[in-house]
Design a protein around this ligand. Structure first.
Ligand code: DAH
Length: 329
């Protein structure tokens, strides 16, 4: 029957209700048929009424069946759309947080940006020239042993420090230069305080000869360390790096014992935190710079982060340990 087909074709409950009004409502053919019964003869009356009732029942049943079908469809769609896994743990209201290394990195970078340093980057896979030779570390020079290296084929290696970014920047730009190079570096070490991948921030300031002094270097590093660790004494110790002359290592007064002497500072009262110096003339020679001078420094982000956040085992920062990481929320 045509009306049954129309009912089956309907695709929404609203449309079904409209069709119900049309087929069974006051103005429907069936209602009119019932209204016209009084004109019929008693014999026809029973026959017509039986037929009208049969049709009415048929339509009513078809509409009810269709309605149930549409309602089930709607429930299925909604429960798919609004599905909620009540067995899921409450990962969603924990929120995320910066990894302590990123946090320390951001803080270091922010400081130097505020001091007008520009960020520079370089490749993680370097060559011997940028990573060693141009930094006054010729082949077979004993100073290369200061840095164990992951070597690859074709004279390539994983950069052992961020210092090659100095070289790349000086080769591609003219002084004055005032840059930092934050990034990952690699060395084959693994113990409480070393991981094979770690992060450094390199710094370099170059201008015409005589414009930048060791005092400038000393001032900015002291100011940085006081802003990073708080109010602790800072000292510069003569040291050696092939790419700087003179060179110094910088210590902060032990933030654990305030200089009294403890396990963390090996009873010296001082914590070594970075290396620096005035750029060695051989470095300028390698990049073709003349009549310039300046300073460079390099710091280990993990070293600074583990001290500041008092993390005993550096390796734990790379274990994805939620209990540890949640303490930095
Ligand atoms: N490149 C050195 C290292 O990885 C760190 C460093 C020390 C960088 C002194 C410098 C510097 O620029 O002047 O151990």
């Amino acid at each position: 029957m045509e009306n049954i087909a129309r009912i089956n074709d309907v695709s929404s409950i609203d449309a079904l209700e409209k069709l119900r009004a049309e087929l069974l409502g006051k103005k429907s053919a069936i209602s009119e048929g019932f209204a016209a019964l009084k004109e019929a003869s008693p014999k026809e009356k029973a026959q017509i009424a039986a037929e009208l009732n049969r049709q009415k029942t048929e339509l009513t049943n078809a509409i009810a069946a269709k309605r149930a079908e549409l309602e089930n469809q709607e429930i299925a769609q909604r429960s798919q759309k609004e599905a909620l896994d009540v067995t899921l743990f409450d990962a969603f209201d924990r929120g995320g947080s910066l990894h302590p290394i990123n946090r320390a990195m951001e803080e270091i970078v922010e400081y130097f940006l505020s001091m007008n340093f520009e960020i520079k980057t370089g490749p993680l896979v370097e060559d011997e020239f940028h990573n060693f030779e141009a930094l006054n570390l010729p082949k077979y020079h004993p100073a290369r042993e200061m840095q164990d290296t992951f070597y690859m084929n074709d004279g390539l290696l994983l950069r052992t420090h961020t210092s090659p970014v100095q070289i790349r920047t000086m080769l591609s730009e003219k002084p004055p230069i005032r840059m930092i190079a934050p990034g990952a570096v690699f060395r084959p070490d693994y113990d409480l305080t070393h991981t094979p991948m770690f992060h450094q921030v390199e710094g370099l300031a170059i201008d015409e000869k005589g414009a930048i002094s060791f005092a400038n270097l000393k001032h900015i590093l002291e100011d940085f360390l006081n802003s990073f660790f708080g109010d602790f004494p800072v000292r510069f110790r003569p040291s050696f790096f092939p790419f700087t002359e003179p060179s110094a290592e910088v210590d902060v007064g032990c933030i654990f014992c305030r200089g009294e002497g403890c396990r963390m500072c090996k009873n010296t009262g001082w914590l070594e935190v970075l290396g620096c110096g005035m750029v060695d003339p051989n470095v300028f020679k390698a990049v073709g710079y003349e009549n310039v001078g300046g300073y460079a420094f390099g710091m280990g982000v993990e070293r600074l982060a583990t001290l500041k956040y008092r993390i005993g085992d550096l390796r734990s920062l790379f274990d994805g340990d939620l209990d540890l990481l949640e303490q930095f929320r």
